[in-house]
Design a binder for this molecule. Structure first.
Ligand code: FES
Length: 75
């Protein structure tokens, strides 16, 4: 499985406190979250946790060095 860029801009959203699984492969139908589509490949989601409600920018180009967050690599 090849890592697929989903968009050339981050997914900006407000998330409640909790645990999330960011899709690192780009094949999820629930992007930016993992739906299990990576299964059978050597890819895996990145699990991250928020301790409070927060506005986040999740990487969609899949080039970030700061997974799961956008680091500006798309531009
Ligand atoms: S579907 Fe992409 S990492 Fe799980």
């Amino acid at each position: 499985m090849k890592r697929k860029s989903v968009n050339n801009a981050p997914e900006v959203m407000e998330l409640e406190a909790g645990k999330y699984a960011w899709c690192s492969c780009g094949h999820s139908s629930k992007h930016p979250f993992c739906d299990g589509s990576h299964s059978g490949s050597d890819m895996a989601p990145v699990i991250f946790e928020l301790t409070e409600k927060k506005r986040v920018a999740l990487c969609a180009c899949k080039k970030t060095a700061g997974e799961p967050f956008c680091d500006g690599s798309h531009s």
